[in-house]
Design a protein around this ligand. Structure first.
Ligand SMILES: NC(=O)c1ccc[n+]([C@@H]2O[C@H](COP(=O)([O-])OP(=O)(O)OC[C@H]3O[C@@H](n4cnc5c(N)ncnc54)[C@H](O)[C@@H]3O)[C@@H](O)[C@H]2O)c1
Length: 260
């Protein structure tokens, strides 16, 4: 039986990667999809394929969220998925000694501010029905220090913590609006491309990246989507404020040591 029949589901950063996989999985479960992204052509194409709607939404822009709220005033499920590492335009210094304030702020604007704005919109849009599910895509990097990606790690830690605040706030308000965070690691998407590069050396870099992963492989966007379906569905009705790792076992043991 489909798990999301009749639910209005909004996914940010849904034009590709994990967001796209989540949108496709929600569609298979009977949800009505609102696809959002800054990539208008890919987002529009996916929305047409899934019979949903597309809205251009830069998650770091409050005005974009205000426009969205006017167009989509009611919602059942929100996935705050859009995120950036800071490496989108190639190698750059993101360690605590050399990172620029500008790059730190940009990563936080998308990952942290974007999640705050998304949660605020969702609470308001779910309040009328008094129920809903907010799923925030954090990262294993939000649970450990990452020397080479300081802003990314700090912003994802903010996502993790804010998810718990939202969960408690909604419970205090007597609302059945649940909020949980997913913490993936090493999911093979285009996000990795700037770090993997081309051959020669690409395969060696891929092997090195998963050498410390107990399952010794990258995860797939579909594996993240399966967990998002569970959290979105009524089967997870007693889950709120939870953090769920999806990392091939990395955080289960010593591979989470500093330096990784
Ligand atoms: N891939 C991984 O290994 C991994 C691991 C942990 C966490 N995550 C998180 O999962 C989420 C999705 O990652 P992915 O691997 O699919 O990335 P991706 O780069 O493949 O896709 C990200 C999508 O977000 C969109 N986007 C970027 N900036 C945006 C903005 N300001 N507003 C709206 N949309 C924007 C992009 O256009 C793109 O469609 C991110 O939050 C990421 O941090 C990914």
């Amino acid at each position: 039986m489909q798990k999301l029949i009749g639910k209005i589901c909004l996914v940010t950063g849904a034009a590709r990667g994990i967001g796209e996989a989540i949108a496709r999985a929600f569609h298979r479960e009977g949800g009505h999809l609102i696809i959002t992204d800054i990539d208008e052509s890919a987002g529009q194409e996916l929305a047409e394929e899934l019979g949903g709607q597309f809205f251009r939404l830069d998650v770091s822009e409050e005005a974009d969220w205000d426009d969205l709220a006017r167009n989509v005033p009611q919602l059942d499920i929100l996935v705050n998925n859009a995120g950036i590492t800071g490496f989108e335009h190639g190698p750059a210094a993101h360690d605590p000694e050399h990172a620029t304030l500008e790059s730190w702020r940009r990563v936080h604007a998308v990952n942290s501010d974007g999640t705050f704005l998304g949660c605020r919109y969702a609470i308001r849009a779910m309040r009328a029905r008094g129920a809903g599910s907010i799923i925030n895509i954090s990262s294993r990097s939000g649970m450990v220090g990452i020397p080479g990606a300081a802003a990314y790690a700090a912003s994802k830690a903010a996502v993790r913590n804010h998810s718990k605040t939202v969960a408690l706030y909604c419970a205090q308000q007597g609302l059945a609006i649940r909020c949980n965070s997913i913490h993936p690691a090493a999911i093979l998407t285009a996000m990795w491309e700037p770090m993997l590069g081309d051959e020669p050396g690409r395969q060696a870099r891929m092997d090195a990246l998963v050498a410390d992963t107990p399952l010794r492989r990258f995860g797939t966007p579909q594996e993240v989507a399966a967990l998002a379906v569970l959290l979105a569905s009524d089967e997870a009705s007693y889950m709120t404020g939870a953090e769920l790792t999806l990392d091939g076992g990395i955080l289960a043991g010593s591979a989470a040591a500093p330096g990784s």
